[in-house]
Design a protein around this ligand. Structure first.
Ligand code: DAT
Ligand code: MG
Length: 151
């Protein structure tokens, strides 16, 4: 099943929005298979955001994501990557639609609360960057049949 990596960024944790953010993904129907509360090292931040190395905002991005504790969540579900991105909303909060996490709860791009993988391949890679195999739980939810249509 498709996987995506979600991060409640330091502003989400500091603002007490961790539960509200996780609630939206749970309510969407995505299945949690891993979750932990960590500080991201600069090395991991530079790996996670490697695609942005050299851009003017890169130093501030690394400072921000390493500035305090985060919650990292691995989710599984049908079209998990695109569904989670839609729940998160556009990168720039002033462009994010109302009803999305960023559209409801954020104002600025450098404080946009949450990360979600941007492709199916990156979903797999990012889950593996943040979780060891024994930190991921394979489980069947009692509600799976009401969320995933058996085919
Ligand atoms: P997203 O987080 O929506 O996947 P991204 O991968 O393009 O967006 O960029 C990662 C983060 O970097 C983004 O959440 C905020 C920051 N960022 C991206 N573009 C930026 C810009 N033009 N100015 C400032 N920060 C930016
Ligand atoms: Mg991205």
């Amino acid at each position: 099943m498709e996987r995506t990596l979600i991060i409640v960024k330091p502003d989400g944790v500091q603002r007490g929005l961790t539960g509200e953010i996780i609630r939206r993904f749970e309510a969407r129907g995505l299945r949690i298979i891993g979750m932990k509360f960590i500080l991201m090292s600069r090395a991991l931040a530079e790996k996670h955001y490697a695609v942005h190395i050299g851009k003017p905002f890169f130093p501030a991005l690394v400072d921000y994501i390493t500035s305090g504790p985060i919650v990292v969540i691995a989710l599984e579900g049908t079209n998990a990557v695109q569904c989670a991105r839609n729940t998160i909303g556009a990168t720039k909060p002033h462009e994010a639609l109302a009803g999305t996490i960023r559209g409801d709860l954020a104002l600025e791009i450098g404080r946009n609360l949450v990360h979600g993988s941007d492709s199916v391949d990156n979903g797999k890679l990012e889950v593996d960057n943040f979780f060891a195999q024994d930190e991921l739980v394979q489980w069947a939810r009692s509600t799976d049949g009401w969320i995933f249509e058996a085919r």
